[in-house]
Design a protein around this ligand. Structure first.
Ligand code: DGL
Length: 266
C-alpha cells in the first residue's frame, strides 16, 4: 500500500476530466492537481515553450509526496512526454498511449478520427501510435482551435448555435471519412461530448483521453490504503474562478478551495 498522492497536471482545467475519472475508479487515491490557468492555452505554443512549462509543472508536483504523474494534457503528452519521462524516475503517464489502446479496442471498421489542439495534431503522435498498434488503420486528424475557448466560455450545450456551427466546420470531413471511433485528444473536449455526438451520430464511439489516462495509471501503482482519498487543487491564476468552473469539469463541486502557485519560480 502506498498512500503517496498521484500528481495530475494540465494547461488549465481540462485535466479535471481525468481527476473525475480517478475519483470514480480509484476513490482511495490522494491527488494533487495543478492547472496552469495563468498560461493556458499550451496548444498554440512552440514545442520548446510547452517543454519549459511542462518541466515547471512537474517540478511543482515533485515537491509534493507523489508516486506517479498523469499528464492530463494532450498538447504536453503528444509533444514532450519522452523528455519528461527521461528526466523523472516515478511513472509518468500521458494521454496518447492509453487513448490509442482504447480506440483500437473499439473500432470495428479500422477508421479512427483524432481531434486536438494545433500542437497535438501537428505532432502526429496519435497517428504514429495507432499505426504501431495496427499498420492498416486509417486515420484522419484535425485541429479544433476554437473548442477550448468555447468550453472555457461555457458554450458547450448541444443546442448552442455557435458551437454547432464550429463543430460542423471542424468535424464534417471527419464524419465524411466514415470513422466509427473519434479520439477527443484534448482534455477540454469531453465537455463538448453531447454536441459532438449529436453531430457525428450514435454509431461513432467517442474516446475521452483524460479518462483513459486516468484508468491506465492504475497499472503502474501500488494502490493507496482503503478509505477515501483527498484531492488538493493548485492553479497559477485566480483561484476564485477555479471554484466557479471546476464543477463543470469534475461533475461535482471541488469541495475545497484551489491554492495559488507561482509556477514561473519552479
Ligand atoms: N487541455 C489542453 C490539451 O489537452 C488543451 C488546452 C490548451 O491548449 O492548453 O491539449
Amino acid at each position: 500500500m502506498d498512500n503517496r498522492a498521484i500528481g495530475v497536471f494540465d494547461s488549465g482545467l481540462g485535466g479535471l476530466t481525468a481527476v473525475r475519472q480517478l475519483h470514480l475508479a480509484m476513490p482511495n487515491e490522494n491527488i494533487i492537481y495543478f492547472g496552469d490557468t495563468g498560461r493556458v492555452p499550451y496548444g498554440s505554443r512552440s514545442r520548446r515553450t510547452v517543454l519549459n512549462y511542462a518541466r515547471q509543472d512537474v517540478a511543482f508536483l515533485n515537491q509534493h509526496h507523489i508516486k506517479a504523474i498523469v499528464i492530463a494534457c494532450g498538447t504536453v503528452s503528444s509533444q514532450v512526454l519522452g523528455d519528461i519521462k527521461a528526466e523523472n524516475t516515478i511513472p509518468i503517464v500521458g494521454v496518447v498511449e492509453p487513448t490509442c489502446y482504447a480506440a483500437m479496442r473499439k473500432t470495428k471498421n479500422n477508421r479512427i478520427g483524432i481531434i486536438g489542439t494545433k500542437g497535438t495534431v501537428r505532432s502526429g503522435a496519435y497517428e504514429a501510435k495507432l499505426h504501431t498498434l495496427d499498420p492498416s488503420v486509417h486515420t484522419i486528424a484535425r485541429p479544433c482551435p476554437l473548442f477550448v475557448p468555447l468550453v472555457e466560455a461555457g458554450r458547450f450545450q448541444p443546442d448552442d448555435r455557435v458551437t454547432q456551427l464550429v463543430i460542423e466546420e471542424y468535424l464534417a470531413e471527419i464524419r465524411d471519412f466514415d470513422v466509427d471511433t473519434l479520439i477527443l485528444g484534448c482534455t477540454h473536449y469531453p465537455l463538448l461530448r453531447e454536441a459532438i455526438q449529436a453531430f457525428m451520430g450514435d454509431t461513432v464511439t467517442l474516446i475521452d483521453s483524460g479518462a483513459e489516462a486516468a484508468k491506465y495509471v492504475r497499472k503502474f501503482l501500488d494502490p493507496a490504503q482503503p478509505g477515501k482519498g483527498s484531492t488538493e487543487y493548485y492553479v497559477s491564476d485566480d483561484p476564485d474562478s477555479f471554484d466557479e468552473y471546476a464543477e463543470m469539469f469534475l461533475g461535482e463541486p471541488a469541495g475545497v478551495r484551489a491554492q495559488l502557485v507561482e509556477i514561473a519560480s519552479y
